[in-house]
Design a binder for this molecule. Structure first.
Ligand code: NDP
Length: 449
């Protein structure tokens, strides 16, 4: 990692020393500290109160055993996590990820990012994240249910409407949230809708929450285009992943006049020049829980399945990495820029490596960081909390309009802050600084806690 200014480097060195081996967490911290030099120079009170050092240390980290029994009767053991990172702005808020790659370093990177993302939404929510190294792939519904029940049997004592409100992430969608909520209700004998978001519409979920992250990314890019007098009309778009974020991003790009010509999953990618057939992709991924090979087979001559190389080799105007962290490296960035890509917005959390970000920026590709571009999911989760608290339920149209306003607000705040701190047009610096100041001011007001 390139060296930071002296004060920030000292804090970063302490983070490395305190959190050995947590590479993703180090990367996320470095990326934020790299933007904070001008802020610290302008506001010495942040340094005096050790705000940055405190921000880098989670308020609480919970690790627990999750025992469950598979369909063959074998006892399985997974590890569960919840990192309650910062509650200066409100109850901890952030998703749960079920994926074999999950360990403390991944949960901490996601929780750290979440603090600034949640602050940018302007909603009263703190930052947290959780999950497990459980792999739902290939597991029956009954196995997923037993796992979720065991996971919640420990997690329930740590969450609550005013404490910590989890939601979904990779591997945790509507099915898992339903099982988790059911077990919470059973254990506590309380119907507390506000303890989880991303719930189904039949039990307290908000309209648009499922769609919100993907829609929000596209709304954000739409604002970037408008800022340059342009629009989605006729644009070629490439999306990675074909999960929740990717599929609703595809839907909104098509609605705004662009064409998504390729998407991917963990087995390969598919090129579909006429535009990804979303109904078919939903059927394959959500109903059959299959792979893109199945999509290509059913789509016929229009689609080409590739299992070597990666999706970034497909020429596009706009790239939306929406699968997982560090999925797009410097080599991919070089190919994208050479092929004429003009905008890259992170649908996933930290999908672009630091080297790749630098390359894109140097090549003049506008870069929108995940903590700004994909904040629509958590913002709509906050809208779900608002509806649950007031026993209300809003229409799809009203909720989508609120999402659009929030994304526009985040976009403008990033640009205005970047301008104010002497880095005009730099969305990353704008997002880091604006999110940081909001949290730092609250931390100062609350004293050393
Ligand atoms: P899903 O589980 O719904 O989809 C993830 C997609 O990415 C799948 O297509 C999966 O492939 C692919 N993928 C996952 N891991 C890998 C990997 N290691 N290599 C290649 N492909 C991979 O997750 P979401 O769509 O919810 O989340 C995607 C990203 O967006 C994550 O970074 C998440 O943190 C972020 N995000 C999600 C939000 C939400 O509201 N859901 C909110 C904000 C950010 P396959 O289909 O083969 O499993």
């Amino acid at each position: 990692m390139p060296s930071l200014g002296e004060k920030m480097q000292d804090i970063y060195d302490e983070v490395l020393w305190r959190n050995p081996g947590e590479q993703e967490f180090h990367q996320a911290v470095h990326e934020v500290l790299d933007s904070l030099g001008p802020v610290m120079a302008k506001h010495p009170s942040y340094t005096d109160a050790a705000v940055v050092t405190r921000l880098c240390e989670p308020e609480r980290q919970i690790i627990f055993r999750v025992p469950w029994v598979d369909d063959a009767g074998t006892v399985r053991i997974n590890r569960g996590f919840r990192v309650e990172f910062n509650s200066a702005l409100g109850p901890y808020k952030g998703g749960l990820r079920f994926h074999p790659s999950v360990y403390l370093g991944v949960v901490k990177f996601l929780g750290f990012e979440q603090i600034f993302k949640n602050a940018l939404t302007g909603m009263p929510i703190g930052g947290g994240k959780g999950g497990s190294d459980f792999d739902p792939k290939g597991r029956s519904d009954a196995e997923v249910m037993r796992f979720c029940q065991s996971f919640m049997t420990e997690l329930y004592r740590h969450i609550g409407e005013y404490t910590d409100v989890p939601a979904g992430d990779i591997g945790v969608g509507g099915r898992e949230i339903g099982y988790l909520f059911g077990q919470y209700k059973r254990i506590t004998n309380r119907y507390e809708s506000g303890i989880l978001t991303g719930k189904g519409h039949s039990f307290g979920g908000s309209q648009v929450r499922t769609e919100a992250t993907g829609y929000g990314v596209v709304f954000f890019v739409d604002e970037m285009l408008h800022a340059n007098g342009d629009s989605f009309d006729g644009k070629r778009v490439v999306v990675s992943g074909s999960g929740n974020v990717a599929r609703y991003a595809i839907e909104k790009v098509h609605a705004l006049g662009g064409t998504v010509v390729a998407c991917s999953d963990s087995t390969g990618y598919v090129v579909d020049e006429k535009g990804i057939d979303l109904a078919l992709l939903n059927e394959v991924k959500e109903v059959r829980r299959g792979t893109l090979a199945e999509y290509a087979g059913l789509r016929g001559a229009d689609a080409r399945l590739a299992t070597s190389g990666n999706v970034w080799q497909v020429p596009c105007d706009i790239a939306l990495p929406s699968a997982t962290q560090n999925e797009l490296d410097a080599e991919d960035a070089t190919v994208l820029a050479r092929n004429g890509c003009r905008i890259l917005a992170e649908g996933a959390n930290m999908p672009v490596t630091p080297d790749a970000v630098k390359l894109l920026t140097t090549a003049g590709v506008a870069f929108a960081p995940g903590k700004a571009a994909n904040a629509g999911g958590v913002a709509t989760s906050a809208l779900e909390m608002q509806q649950n608290a007031s026993r209300d339920s809003w229409s799809f149209e009203h909720t989508e309009r609120r999402l659009g306003e929030i994304m526009r607000g985040i976009h403008d705040r990033c640009l205005e802050t970047a301008e104010e701190y002497g880095v005009p047009g730099n969305y990353s610096a704008g997002a880091n600084i604006a999110g940081f100041i909001q949290v730092a001011d609250a931390m100062l007001a609350l004293g050393v806690i």
